[in-house]
Design a protein around this ligand. Structure first.
Ligand SMILES: Cc1cc2nc3c(=O)[nH]c(=O)nc-3n(C[C@H](O)[C@H](O)[C@H](O)COP(=O)(O)OP(=O)(O)OC[C@H]3O[C@@H](n4cnc5c(N)ncnc54)[C@H](O)[C@@H]3O)c2cc1C
Length: 492
């Protein structure tokens, strides 16, 4: 950065999905824009590259998506059946996972702007494809799920790449290894720039508007403990190591109001050998979610959670959290020979501890042997004979155990027995800043802070208790687009 104090119309903090949408939108409105990215170019985009690039948006079925996917043929359209995904579907699904807590104004904006934002991204050069899990095999008729209509071409890394190219084409400056340290306040009120650090030192950069799109605080152990609770310092971070809550802290320092569930995050049981922070090549192989087919015990040899409360998709956030509450934040997933062939394929890369009887297994795991044997005996005494039916809630429940196992309570009685050591992995945090419907950050009295906008994971009020697949990227894009437009208009 040069000696002269630089000035832009809009500063965008971060270079992920939300940030780049904000930058492109500000540019659409005539603003000069600089993007500050704390990471080097090779790690740009925060958590975005870790995603499958799926977007949840309102659409009218496969015919309607056709114009968004450049290589979709008439034959593809004829053999694919995908129902419309309505605004009501989106609202119902979001409210179901968040127990009705999502802020109504944010939800309405997210849903009503979802499709127009996908169209706008296309106009900026983002290519779309059918989500990877739903691509029909050549020639075969297919019914594919409608909720995640499309994914960015070449998933999360492709999304960041396409948005970055679009930003460059639009004349947006992207400064890498440049970290926003704090916000510059205008003596008349509001925000008029940032203080940033790079290899040359610390600089002030002035602007008419600032968009914070620098992710959550999942990679900051101190903030995890402060807001999520004791035990969270041990969590493995599934995504980027650069999302350390810098935007949250900077905004609170200038009087922003916290919004959403600061005590909540997306989590999952994860292999004990997973890296401390995300590594793109391995992250997706680390979750361990086949626990409904067995039991889990802690170091004391005791069960601590209902492994069969529901399908893993419905319970893994809670289960990941409960594991971190155990001694040393770890647990053992125990299966017998009946269950083992049904484990998720990604268990194939995990370290398995095997034994011909339960006593030997306990010794190899260093759990309390006596308690462990008692736990399994009590479980088997209360559980049932038979086979697992993992695709349906079978209602085969224990009757006298605390905690119960509400489904798939089948005896663990067929050697060899196998155990996998797991801990809790954090994906991203839910708590953030309160924003108005136009993405302007609110102060403690619910007044907009002039010149300050936010988008993406840093926004609070959308996810509570759980998150909705492919809605994270969608809300980042929707509010990013609005934030960029708002910040550009302040400058005008
Ligand atoms: C393993 C994994 C899987 C996921 N799967 C999905 C999915 O399938 N669908 C979905 O919708 N969501 C998914 N998510 C969540 C999704 O990644 C986030 O919702 C989304 O990436 C958030 O976008 P963002 O633009 O707000 O932040 P990010 O994409 O994380 O970008 C934040 C950027 O800010 C930068 N930054 C941080 N601090 C500073 C600072 N002080 N100064 C400058 N720059 C800074 C970071 O380096 C980063 O580039 C997943 C997340 C993970 C980790």
């Amino acid at each position: 950065m040069g000696q002269d104090e630089p000035h832009y119309d809009v500063i965008v903090v971060g270079a992920g999905n939300a940030a780049l949408c904000a930058a492109l939108s500000a540019r659409d409105h005539g603003a000069s824009v600089v993007v500050l990215e704390k990471a080097p170019a090779s790690a740009q985009g925060g958590n975005c590259p870790y995603t499958g690039g799926g977007f949840r948006f309102v659409h009218d079925g496969i015919e309607d998506l056709r114009d968004l996917v450049e290589d979709m043929t008439d034959a593809d359209v004829a053999r694919i059946s995908m129902a419309p995904y309505t605004a009501d579907d989106f609202r119902r699904h979001l409210l179901a996972v968040t127990h009705g807590d999502t802020a109504p104004d944010l939800m309405d904006t997210l849903i009503s702007q979802s499709r127009p934002t996908v169209d706008w991204m296309l106009s900026k050069g983002v290519r779309w494809e059918l989500p990877s899990g739903s691509r029909p095999s050549a020639g075969a008729p297919s019914v594919i799920p409608n909720s995640v209509g499309l994914a960015a071409w070449r998933s999360g890394p492709g999304l960041v790449d396409m948005l970055t190219r679009a930003a460059r084409r639009s004349g947006i400056d992207i400064l890498y290894e440049t970290k926003m340290l704090r916000l510059l306040e205008d003596p008349r009120g509001g925000v008029r720039g940032v203080v940033a650090g790079d290899r040359d030192g610390i600089h002030e950069i002035r602007a008419g508007g600032v968009v914070l799109a620098c992710g959550g605080f999942e990679a900051n152990p101190e903030m995890r403990v402060k807001y999520l609770g004791g035990g969270w310092e041990r969590a493995k971070v599934r995504g980027t190591r650069f999302n350390t809550g810098d935007g949250h802290r900077a905004a609170l320092d200038v009087g922003a109001k916290a919004g959403g569930q600061w005590t909540g995050c997306h989590a999952t049981p994860i292999d004990i050998d997973a890296p401390k922070t995300g590594e793109l090549e391995v992250t997706d192989r680390m979750p361990r979610r086949s626990y409904p087919l067995g039991i889990m015990v802690n170091l004391s040899g005791r069960r601590f959670v209902d492994e069969g409360e529901g399908f893993a998709e419905q319970t893994f956030v809670k289960v990941g959290t409960r594991i971190l509450e155990q001694e040393r934040g770890l647990a053992f997933q125990i299966f017998d020979a009946k269950a083992r062939p049904m484990l998720e394929p990604r268990y194939g890369v995990a370290t398995a501890v095997e034994a011909g009887d339960l006593g030997a297994l306990a010794e190899r795991l260093e759990v309390n042997t006596v308690a462990f044997r008692g736990t399994v005996e009590a479980f088997n005494a209360d559980a049932q004979d038979g086979e697992y039916t993992p695709r349906k809630l079978d209602g085969r429940a224990t009757k006298n155990l605390d905690p119960p196992k509400s489904n798939w309570a089948i005896r663990i009685d067929t050697p060899p027995f196998v155990a996998f050591t797991v801990t809790g992995g954090i994906t991203y945090t839910y708590g953030g800043l309160s924003i108005a419907g136009d993405a302007q950050v609110l102060d403690l009295e619910d007044r907009p802070i002039p010149g300050l906008f936010a988008a993406g994971e840093i926004v609070g009020g959308i996810f509570y208790h759980n998150s909705l697949r492919a809605a994270g990227l969608m809300h980042g894009a929707v509010f990013g687009k609005l934030a960029g437009a708002g910040a550009a208009k302040v400058t005008r």
